[in-house]
Design a protein around this ligand. Structure first.
Ligand code: FAD
Length: 482
């Protein structure tokens, strides 16, 4: 019997590609010869990471940056030789704003979520009333929740800092990332740090002040990075570098190839073989399988093996959104566009979730005489706008920009990207559901799930989870060998 072990990774988004990369790295370290195939239904690699370059404009259809504080993204860029392509956000002196009660309020510099470094600018911003600020300060005295039960983001922050700070500041910043509804989102699954802060310090504000005093958890050497970073020519360069490296390593990349089903081919103690059934009717036989597809796709694939896991995976909802990029002659909008952009609280009842002044936030995104903006709409409970056709959608977004920040000029360039069932929602009980899914799948040796649907939606989370998935596969294959 050959020692060569075969692995299929289904899904060639950042999760699947980084899993394949980690599989090669870890198999080499463990001395296990592998043959890995990545299969994706789309003709291009990278899943939601799509950069468009149109003349001198660089637009991102999906993610436009990633967090530098989570090391997996930076580390992967380093390994792929992309470090010199990394860019920080522009130093404009101004940052993000919140649209509230008819005007934009700049979030004061030094505001780390809810622990302002200086109270003065925070008061002057007018975002919270004196009563709202006083209630926020009560966080220092509100008793700690004793039960270990999961709690919604809304319930946690209303309890700790009051309704006003939650609605005007926390909801748009935190729920907006997920295009989600804070009333349904699990705090433990989305922002577990806040649960820890409450337990450890008895107060979120005290905890955040203490963390700031202690400095960042790991001080890394190298150039200073802003909180969000990107790649000079767009995030698709990360995908291109991964694809290039995987090809060099002998990984087979099969695009335009829909996986229709999975079957157990054979099962002996400690050794499973799976058939990956492709849309053309052919099958790929492998020792191990990583599903890096959205949870609702993985649900259908595993259902014939375990209906319980299939049912639980299907319970992870996904919200739909759209991004609308527009470029303006700079002179026509320069007085309206300030800082990096703004977020819009759900309580405002508007269609816009957020707008980013892309070319003010990032270098190299538009020529100096143009201004590129990206508007974000949709999300849980706000998906009705996505029913509009392209023309009506752009008209609606332009109305929003006009009324919120006075941009009335006609854009010279418009690009719409619609994202159907794109953003996984970690609703109450998410972590418990993941445990149940793992338990239901545990009898299928070498079958592993990864992807944005489970343990983090951000790019660094997906990369980290891909590496963990690879570790589980290599451990399984090592056990089998011994
Ligand atoms: C509009 C938007 C903005 C975002 N902004 C940011 C941001 O700024 N920063 C950040 O860190 N994150 C951001 N995210 C989140 C992040 O982009 C995603 O969570 C991440 O890219 C998901 O990667 P993935 O590989 O898990 O899934 P995907 O990218 O969805 O990849 C899954 C792959 O599976 C394939 N597939 C599906 N079905 C099959 C099948 N039957 N057979 C074969 N292949 C199949 C698909 O074609 C796809 O390529 C954003 C997301 C969106 C939608």
């Amino acid at each position: 019997m050959s020692n060569l072990r075969t692995i299929a990774v289904i899904g060639g988004g950042i999760s699947g590609l980084s899993t394949a990369y980690a599989l090669h790295e870890q198999a080499a370290a463990a001395g296990i010869p592998i043959r890995c195939t990545v299969v994706d239904s789309a003709p291009v690699w990278g899943g939601k990471i799509i950069t468009h370059r149109i003349g001198d404009l660089v637009t991102e259809a999906g993610p436009d940056s990633f967090l530098s504080q989570k090391p997996a993204g930076l580390e992967l860029c380093d390994k792929l030789g992309l470090t010199d392509q990394l860019i920080n956000t522009n130093e404009t002196g101004k940052r993000a704003s919140v649209y509230s009660r008819g005007r934009l309020h700049e979030l004061p510099e030094g505001l780390v979520m809810i622990a302002p470094s200086q109270l003065g600018p925070f008061l002057r911003s007018g975002l919270l009333s004196l009563a709202g600020l006083a209630r926020m300060g009560l966080d220092l005295a509100v008793p700690v929740k004793r039960s270990q039960d999961d709690e919604s983001l809304a319930s946690f922050f209303r309890r700790r800092v009051g309704r006003q700070a939650f609605e005007r500041m926390i909801e748009p910043l935190m729920a907006g990332i997920y295009a989600g509804d804070a009333e349904q989102m699990s705090l433990q699954a989305t922002f577990p740090r806040f649960v820890e802060l409450e337990q450890q310090y008895g107060s979120v504000i005290r905890g955040m002040m203490a963390s700031r005093k202690d400095g960042p958890p790991a001080t890394r050497s190298g150039p200073k990075r802003t909180m969000f970073i990107s790649l000079k020519n767009g995030l698709s360069d990360l995908v291109a570098a991964l694809v290039h490296r995987l090809t060099d390593q002998g990984v087979t990349l099969r695009g335009n190839c829909v996986v229709d089903a999975l079957r157990v081919r054979s099962h002996q103690p400690g050794r499973w073989m799976y058939d990956v059934i492709l849309h053309d009717g052919s099958a790929l036989s492998v020792d191990s399988l990583v599903l890096a597809t959205p949870a609702y796709v993985s649900a259908e694939l595993v259902r014939p093996l375990t209906p319980i896991a299939g049912g639980l995976l299907e319970m992870i909802p996904y919200s739909s959104t759209a991004t609308i990029a527009m470029a303006y002659p700079r002179a026509a909008v320069s007085s309206a566009a300030e800082g990096f952009g703004f977020v819009v609280p759900r309580a405002e009842g508007r269609d816009l979730i957020a707008a980013t002044w892309t070319s003010l936030k990032w270098p190299h995104r538009a020529p100096p005489d143009q201004l590129l903006v990206r508007c974000y709409v949709g999300g849980v409970g706000r998906e009705a706008i996505l029913q509009l056709d392209d023309q009506a959608l752009v008209a609606r977004v332009r109305e929003e920009l006009a009324s919120m920040c006075g941009v009335t000029a006609k854009p010279g360039f418009v690009e719409i990207n619609r994202w159907t069932r794109a953003m996984p929602q970690y609703t109450l009980g998410h972590l418990e559901r993941l445990n149940q899914i793992e338990a239901a799948l545990s009898r299928y040796g070498g079958l592993v799930l990864t992807g944005a649907g489970y343990r983090g939606v951000g790019i660094p989370d997906c990369i980290r989870d891909g590496a963990l998935a690879a570790e589980r596969v290599i451990r399984y294959l090592s056990g089998e060998r011994s």
